[in-house]
Ligand binder design. Sequence first.
Ligand SMILES: Cc1cc2nc3c(=O)[nH]c(=O)nc-3n(C[C@H](O)[C@H](O)[C@H](O)COP(=O)(O)OP(=O)(O)OC[C@H]3O[C@@H](n4cnc5c(N)ncnc54)[C@H](O)[C@@H]3O)c2cc1C
Length: 303
Amino acid sequence: MYDFEYHKPKSLDDAAATLSQHEDFKLLAGGMSLLPALKLRLARYSGLVDLGALGQLRGIRREGDEIVIGAMTPHAEVADSAAVARAIPALAALAGGIGDPLVRNRGTLGGSIANADPAADYPAGVLGLGATVVTTRRTIAADKFFIGMFETVLEPREIITEVRFPIVEAAAYSKFRQPASRFALVGVFVARTRGGVRVAVTGAAPSVFRFKEAEEALTKQFDSTALDAITIAAAGLNSDIHASAEYRAHCVMVMTKRAVAKAANVPSPCNERGRVRQGATMSVNINTPSPGSSAGERGSTYR
Ligand SMILES: Cc1cc2nc3c(=O)[nH]c(=O)nc-3n(C[C@H](O)[C@H](O)[C@H](O)COP(=O)(O)OP(=O)(O)OC[C@H]3O[C@@H](n4cnc5c(N)ncnc54)[C@H](O)[C@@H]3O)c2cc1C
């Protein structure tokens, strides 16, 4: 690790000012990705601006038909949140399936999406739900936020403050995880909204992406059989020591079907007019294999 200055501002204005005064300072959130990169000397910054003292960036609240999560909220808090479990249980399940307890207690929503790791889980939830990323400078629609491998539209001095997730009619996340890191070899988030179905895929390509053919088929018929005639091309998908592009393409279809089956089997938190019921509850057991699958998704062998 190279030497660096360490700053821990007490206000968001101080954090923004410190960043704007020093061109090569970097924000530090949970440090789960940034600190290993520094330790391995894969990255070098002359200073870190730790967001850890900014309590206003941490927390979860419901505002109308949205769940609003502060950028510094650790994954464990999202996984354990009753408000998230009531409104968007798939998001709580996604957060609870990230890494291990240490990673979930240190890693944050803002750090995860700013990092834009191609195998990270949150980008699928943010894109699949059509969330809005709020920063110190603007609001950014999820569809515009992720632009490449470890690449977002964030400007160097821009700080994510919160993410606003719309409460949808039904949603589920299915991940086939890399057993050592628990990152997504392939993860698929499916959300049925009043305007149609959104399907976001992580782990398969250089960046999270929307699976448009599946969205069209599922908007007509929200049932995993609607996907029977659809395939996804391996060209352009990731290929590495863990899985070939062809294997990932196959996994995308399997995970999409599992997510649809899960989402179709839970009661909607919305009433007949599409409005979210107050206090609505839904349960998603991410340990339960979906119908038609021979293996569970957590700690099981993929067949
Ligand atoms: C062993 C291990 C296993 C993991 N497994 C998984 C997994 O299964 N699934 C998964 O999704 N992730 C996984 N992760 C990643 C982890 O969940 C964190 O989300 C991720 O490391 C980044 O979050 P962080 O809060 O630690 O950010 P940091 O490491 O502190 O920062 C990451 C980047 O985001 C920037 N940043 C941080 N906060 C902000 C902000 N508010 N505004 C703008 N930029 C910001 C930083 O400058 C830096 O560039 C794993 C990590 C480890 C070490």
